[in-house]
Design a protein around this ligand. Structure first.
Ligand code: ATP
Ligand code: FE2
Length: 331
């Protein structure tokens, strides 16, 4: 049996988790919560530095309860990017130190692909069109010839950041996405919002501005604005995902990333899939948002295919794109 320890800390969530081929064994977490405003990269990195020892110790205690020990760990996986530079560097330094002191290989993992692979594992789906929607990212991807190809993506900010930005304007604390979802459920009237789809790509920054303007005009209820924001953004995402499925002749789709927890988005995608006779898959919420298990799991796949990272190649990459990674663990 192979055991991999995974470290995640690209943004506000720090996590250390252990997986084997059979299961996710333990996931210890510590979340940085900004007092006001959005995530401050340096403050988040300081949070990670002070909590790292504690989350790793908790993960080790967690596996000891299952009869394993630190000596049983075969490799250390960590998020090499994309993410916030100071956060990535803090976690990578800890991963290198563990790899050297335990004399086991290091595995630099692409955070986006980790979101995709954990979803595939949890849902038992092999070759879907993926919609990956989180704070910083919004991408439609499909696997082909040893790469996850990005068929469409946001041209500016991620959908999660667009929601969080508008939520801050409403005076709501981070993360704003779930609070907008609650307000949107009470909205009934559609307020005009810009629907920006360019080919297979999307743009969300105009939507945040339009929602802000609608709110400051005092002409609309905030519930209606949240409802309209969601309806517009999620229809844009559903449209591009459907076009990817049609062009690639795929009859399965997988939802990944933190925004995937939104029930209205799930409902729209499910309806689209049903209408075309396709299957819709979404993992449990704990595997949609950032978690250490996904890093450990992709680390396991990479390790088993002989794909490890020499220390000199373990520099973090805040703009690491999923299509830069050669997929060694699939046929
Ligand atoms: P990435 O580096 O992949 O962009 P991330 O740091 O943004 O990851 P995730 O946990 O994948 O982290 O996603 C967080 C985002 O998900 C936040 O923008 C948050 O507002 C959003 N979110 C969480 N729950 C919901 C929801 N129910 N509806 C809409 N958005 C949500
Ligand atoms: Fe993420």
């Amino acid at each position: 049996m192979t055991l991999i320890l995974g470290l995640e800390g690209t943004a506000w969530n720090l996590s250390a988790a252990v997986v084997s081929e059979e299961k996710a064994i333990y996931d210890a977490e510590s979340t940085y919560k900004p007092l006001h405003g959005g995530i401050h990269p340096r403050e988040a990195a300081q949070h990670h530095a002070s909590e790292l020892k504690s989350v790793v110790s908790q993960a080790v205690k967690g596996i000891e309860a299952e009869g394993y020990s630190l000596e049983n760990i075969d490799a250390i996986a960590f998020s090499q990017g994309p993410g916030m530079g100071p956060c990535l560097r803090t976690v990578a330094t800890a991963a290198r130190a563990l790899s050297i002191s335990l004399k086991i290989p290091l595995i630099g993992v692409n955070h986006c692909i980790a979101h995709i692979e954990i979803g595939g594992w949890r849902c038992g789906v092999k070759d879907p069109v993926v919609l990956y929607v989180s704070g910083a990212n919004s991408q439609v991807l499909v696997y082909r010839s040893r790469k996850y190809r990005i068929l469409g993506e946001t041209l500016d900010i991620g959908i999660g950041n667009a929601l969080d930005k508008f939520a801050r304007h409403l005076g709501l604390s981070h993360p704003g996405g779930p609070k907008i979802e609650e307000l949107a459920a009470k909205g009934t009237k559609y307020v005009y919002m810009p629907y920006v789809v360019k080919g297979m790509d999307l743009s969300f920054s105009g939507l945040s501005t339009a929602a802000k303007d609608a709110f400051t005009s005092h002409k609309h209820k905030k519930e209606d604005i949240c409802y309209s924001f969601q309806e517009t953004a999620f229809a844009m995402l559903t449209e591009t995902t459907e076009r990817a499925m049609a062009h690639r002749c795929k009859d399965e789709m997988l939802l990944a990333g933190g925004v995937g927890a939104n029930r209205r988005l799930q409902q729209m995608l499910r309806t689209m899939c049903q209408d075309r006779g396709a299957s819709f898959y979404v993992p449990e919420t704990e595997y949609l948002r950032d978690n250490g298990t996904m890093i450990a799991y992709l680390g396991l796949l990479m390790y088993k295919s002989g794909n490890t990272t020499p220390i000199e190649e373990s520099t973090v990459n805040p703009n690491f794109r999923p299509d830069e990674v050669e997929v060694t663990w699939r046929d």
